[in-house]
Design a protein around this ligand. Structure first.
Ligand SMILES: C[S@@+](CC[C@H](N)C(=O)[O-])C[C@H]1O[C@@H](n2cnc3c(N)ncnc32)[C@H](O)[C@@H]1O
Length: 225
């Protein structure tokens, strides 16, 4: 973490102070240590003035709080079906007219046209056919040149995939995450699907420093000819 990024994290995490010391400390740790957040923040540089960032499954809205710190001009939309998590996000961002936090199921919500979509550690709670439906819907709301950033665990990374299934299965079982199960898919399958939707897609490992099988997918809608 470079010095400016650490300052950004401090400022964004401070928005959670009103929720107590524990919430503030947790926000700071999560914001400072997640490489996928840094990838999304880097991508903000390509979002035009006044553009729109959507995060599906935004949880406590840590990523949106970071984005708000960096780009006050953007419209930020977060969606999560867990009202307790979203309430914390509202503590941090609730008084901002350019932020909308929807308590809703991401499978059924209507979304605006968007320049950047983030969906981090969420899709694996949905059965594969529903993941396909979500990716299809997202490909349709991306503006030309718009980017979809997905982080999720892959099915075929050996013990790392097993560790992810066990850990996420436990989280669902104890109610930490609302959801019906854990459905990992092979990286190649997701990549082919994104490309089949007309997006220019690539992947990179995103599990450094963890025992998990996380992959970052980047999928961009081509500019209009
Ligand atoms: C592991 S958390 C990740 C939170 C956030 N993306 C982050 O990186 O900090 C997964 C989130 O997805 C949300 N989620 C899972 N299935 C969902 C659905 N069908 N509709 C809306 N939110 C969902 C959960 O409530 C949870 O907040």
């Amino acid at each position: 973490v470079t010095a400016p990024y650490a300052e950004l994290v401090d400022a964004a995490a401070a928005r959670y102070r009103a929720a107590g010391r524990w919430a503030h400390g947790w926000a700071r740790g999560k914001m400072g240590g997640d490489p996928a957040y840094a990838a999304v923040l880097d991508a903000l540089a390509d979002v035009p003035e006044g553009g729109c960032l959507v995060e599906l499954g935004c949880g406590e809205a840590y990523l949106l709080a970071l984005a708000r710190q960096l780009r006050p001009d953007l419209h930020l939309v977060g969606v999560d079906h867990d009202g307790r998590r979203l309430a914390l996000g509202r503590t941090a961002l609730g008084d901002d007219a350019r932020v909308t936090l929807h308590e809703a199921d991401l499978r059924s919500i209507a979304l605006p046209r968007v320049d950047l979509v983030a969906c981090l550690d969420v899709l694996h709670y949905l059965p594969p056919a529903q993941q396909t439906d979500v990716l299809t819907a997202l490909s349709r709301i991306l503006r030309p040149g718009g980017l979809l950033l997905i982080r999720d665990a892959e099915a075929d990374a050996g013990w790392r995939s097993t560790a992810t299934r066990l850990s996420e299965g436990l989280m669902v079982a104890i109610g930490r995450h609302k959801g019906g199960g854990v459905y990992l898919r092979p990286r190649r399958e997701v990549l082919d699907e994104l490309q089949g939707l007309g997006l220019s897609a690539s992947t990179e490992d995103c599990s450094e420093g963890t025992p998990f099988a996380n992959v970052l997918y980047r999928a961009r809608r081509p500019e209009d000819p």
